[in-house]
Design a protein around this ligand. Structure first.
Ligand code: FAD
Length: 471
């Protein structure tokens, strides 16, 4: 008998619980992908995300073909497409792996019910998380709102999950609708603005495993210290691979755990703890489904955000704020689809505090430009920095971008890499070039001569708005 295996954000063959369940139940799996961007509520996938997905789907298809199968692509709506495929192929079952975005969760529940009403076995599995959002509870039985107790509960409940390889071969099901070619989904950009991404990334399961291997053999040593240094390759760069499910988080954990004996337990713990933040973000998104739009902390609902100037927002987006570390980060994002975590915090702080714009404006920009755009992690990240989040930095803690640059990019190498026009400036001028306007003009005539907002004035205005919040 035939079963559909509906691929979504689980674009891998190893450690794939839905695929495994279909095989173990004796079905011939038919891998399908359904393009239905209208089913994501107001969080239709962004352009960078689509560009990645195009390549990840191509990689998945190539991996399936090596095993005798292949991926069939269809246009949504998802339910109608699954129903017509079930009927056309006489499929008895549909297997998939769960997602946790509120809109998708609701949609998937409806789909499961509708398929079951047709007499089809509809089954979902966990491919994405170490702890699904409902498995960890506070002593009172509610969801966690603070990371430390969440993570403590996770560690107390820890079980090392087994990894399993991709099936060596898969049945070739010839009958039934073939759908449309991948290119017809138009996920790849029409103009190749993404060309500069790909020297940095290899989407797909092979690329994900290679990134994990590279990390474990390299940057893991010293991770606990180096992870804050954007001028080094100090982190795993696994985020897009994890988002698209090209690798199981438990496989990453297993590879890290295996290094524990090599004398770097501190680094291993630090790396696993970061994966813990990803778990926490998914926990929060599931239990507080309004938070992609709404402040987690309602005390910020009447906060005096500044009136948006589209020109200033655009200057921030394009890396023309006049503050080098901020601009370097936004240019790294534009060029590679990714930004270092420390710099994400700096640019987000600049937007929400110095410019005093609502964090939603930043979250939207990241959503469209990040290859790892992830509703759970992005929402947590922005609300954390803005100070509106669950377990957040207090609003009054305002990053000074110059001090941050001095501390985390001490040689100015990150700035020089992404703003080569500033490379001729010596340190510390490269961190704050407005301090010598004549020299800046000579060296980089096109770089903004002054920051978009004076750092001290922006900070004072933000603090004033914060203090006025309750009055
Ligand atoms: P590593 O340091 O190697 O960490 C390993 C993995 O742990 C990451 O791949 C990621 O899955 C997870 N992780 C690490 N840090 C965090 C964190 N703070 N929160 C949640 N998970 C984390 N991450 C995304 O995946 N998608 C986003 O859309 C996203 N938006 C963000 C927005 C802001 C404003 C901020 C401050 C952070 C955001 N992050 C987001 C979190 C973090 O910046 C990235 O996960 C990290 O930079 C990815 O690089 P890496 O894989 O090399 O991380």
């Amino acid at each position: 008998p035939v079963a559909l295996v509906w691929f979504r954000n689980d674009l891998r063959l190893a450690d794939n619980p839905a695929l495994r369940a279909a095989l173990e139940a004796g079905y011939a799996p038919v891998p399908v992908y359904i393009h239905a961007p209208d089913e994501h509520g107001s969080w239709r996938p962004g352009a960078a995300s689509d560009a990645w997905r195009h390549r990840a789907l191509a990689a998945l298809d190539a991996d399936l073909r090596k095993r005798g199968s292949h991926l069939r692509h269809f246009f949504g709506p998802s339910l109608a497409t699954l129903q017509s495929l079930v009927l056309a192929m006489g499929a008895r079952a549909v297997f998939w792996n769960r997602r946790y975005e509120p809109y998708i969760e609701r949609r998937d529940t409806r789909i499961k019910q509708a398929l079951r009403r047709m007499g089809v076995r509809a089954e979902s599995h966990n491919s994405a998380l170490l702890f699904e959002p409902w498995t960890l509870r506070t002593k009172q039985g509610g969801p966690f709102k603070v990371f430390t107790p969440f993570w403590r509960a996770a560690l107390a409940d820890w079980r090392d999950a087994a990894c399993w390889p991709a099936p060596a071969s898969l049945p070739d099901v010839a009958e039934g609708p073939e759908g449309v070619p991948l290119a017809a989904l138009k996920l790849a950009p029409a103009l190749d603005w993404d060309a500069s991404f790909w020297p940095h990334w290899t989407p797909g399961e092979g690329g994900a495993q290679a990134a994990l291997d590279t990390f474990v053999e390299g940057a893991l040593r010293g991770y606990a210290q180096q992870r804050d240094r954007p001028d080094r390759v100090g982190t795993s760069r696994l985020s897009p691979h994890l988002h698209f499910g090209e690798i199981a988080p438990w496989r990453a954990v297993a590879a890290l755990q295996a290094e524990r004996n090599a004398g770097n337990a501190g680094d291993v713990d630090a790396a696993i703890r970061e994966l813990g933040w990803r778990e926490f973000a998914h926990h929060l998104l599931h239990h507080f489904p309004d938070t992609p739009e709404q402040n987690f902390n309602p005390r910020f609902n009447d906060f005096a955000w500044a009136r948006l100037s589209p020109l200033k927002l655009e200057a921030w987006q394009q890396g023309r704020t006049g503050v080098p570390i901020v601009d370097a980060g936004l240019r790294e994002l534009w060029a590679t689809g990714w930004m270092h975590n420390r710099v994400r915090m700096i640019v987000a702080s600049y937007l929400t505090k110095h410019l005093r714009y609502h964090w939603r404006h930043g979250a939207r920009w990241f959503w469209d430009t990040l290859v790892d755009a992830d509703l759970a992690n992005n929402t947590l990240g922005w609300q954390w920095v803005a100070g509106t989040g669950a377990d957040a930095a207090p609003y009054f803690r305002i990053f000074n971008p110059v001090t941050q640059a001095e501390k985390f990019d001490p040689d100015g190498a990150y700035i020089a890499r992404w703003l080569p026009e500033l490379a001729p400036l010596p340190l510390p001028l490269r961190f704050a070039p407005w301090q010598d306007p004549a020299r800046l003009r000579r060296v980089a005539p096109d770089y903004p001569p002054q920051p978009l907002v004076d750092l001290a004035a922006g900070r004072d205005a933000a603090l004033q708005a914060y203090r006025g919040r309750d009055s």
